[in-house]
Design a protein around this ligand. Structure first.
Ligand code: DHB
Ligand code: FE
Length: 279
């Protein structure tokens, strides 16, 4: 059967994508950030997952105020990089495993998570920056990707608890897939950031590091927090962290952290990254 071997969380700051695409990764400002991912890139190249379920949020690229789906499951064969205003990123098209995605759709909906199934959707920095950070700059991505987009942009987003429980349903879905597949799940976004208004640039390293501790040891506490608490503590856009709980919910109660990295700043944002072994 299919099984989830690991969870990965990472920020998805768009300026990181631009730094990669413009060849700036060795510059003094950026080098420490990219060094922080070197271990993980080597690890995942050795692990060779078959499929990544990539939890992210669209930033008004594929969706807009015209349509605000809470949870989107990408079921098409492929997804192109979005044009976010300066042309699409020069990264490969994302190839899905449509049979596995169809199974996830069936399992999740029948398990009472009413996913919006989307067959036409360009994927923005929320998805492509984590791919670049983990897999570098290949001609083709070395893994199939099932995009799972969450509304964290327009109020009301789903609760942290709902996200955590969706992760548990994803685990049931994966473990009921009869084919042998090595699956990883990525949670992206965060950490502290607020990119508008009087608190723009807000960073709360203490909160972020406590979040990383609790993500490993006691995610229940994180699932119990309100949107207001996330926003107050780590910024309006820091609420993206609820997506990490989908990843965590899909893993065992006990996980082993293999790698943890935290860096400030990248653009206006704190960068956090953790790799959790699900053995
Ligand atoms: C920025 C945008 C994001 O979507 C994010 O998660 C972090 C930072 C930005 O515009 O700097
Ligand atoms: Fe974002």
């Amino acid at each position: 059967m299919a099984r989830i071997t690991a969870g990965v969380a990472t920020s998805h700051v768009p300026a990181i994508g631009a730094a990669i695409d413009l060849g700036k990764t060795k510059e003094p400002y950026w080098a420490p950030i990219f060094e922080g991912y070197e271990w993980s890139k080597t690890w995942i190249a050795e692990e060779k997952p078959d499929v990544v379920i990539l939890v992210y949020n669209d930033h008004a690229s594929a969706f807009s105020l015209e349509m605000i789906p809470t949870f989107v499951l990408g079921t098409a064969a492929e997804f192109k990089p979005a044009d976010e205003g300066w042309g699409p990123r020069p990264v490969p098209v994302v190839k899905n495993d449509p049979e596995f995605a169809a199974h996830l759709a069936q399992s999740l909906v029948l398990d009472e998570f009413d996913m919006t199934l989307v067959n036409k959707m360009d994927v923005d920095h929320g998805l492509t920056v984590p791919m670049s950070l983990m897999f570098g700059q290949p001609d083709e991505w070395p893994v199939k990707v099932v995009p799972l987009a969450v509304n964290v942009l327009q109020y009301p987003p789903p609760t942290a608890r709902r996200c955590f429980n969706l992760g548990k349903a994803i685990r049931r879905a994966v473990e009921s897939y009869p084919k042998d597949l090595k699956v990883m799940i990525f949670g992206t976004g965060g950490m502290s950031h607020q990119i508008h208004g009087p608190r723009a640039g807000l960073i709360n390293a203490e909160f972020d590091n406590k979040f990383l501790d609790l993500l490993v040891e006691d995610p229940e506490q994180l699932a119990a927090k309100s949107h207001l608490e996330y926003m107050r503590e780590c910024g309006a856009e820091g609420v993206e962290l609820i997506m990490w709980l989908i990843m965590r919910g899909a893993l065992n109660d006990h996980v082993t952290p293999l790698r943890r990295f935290y860096h400030v700043p990248a653009s206006n944002t704190a960068v956090g990254h953790i790799v959790l072994d699900n053995a």
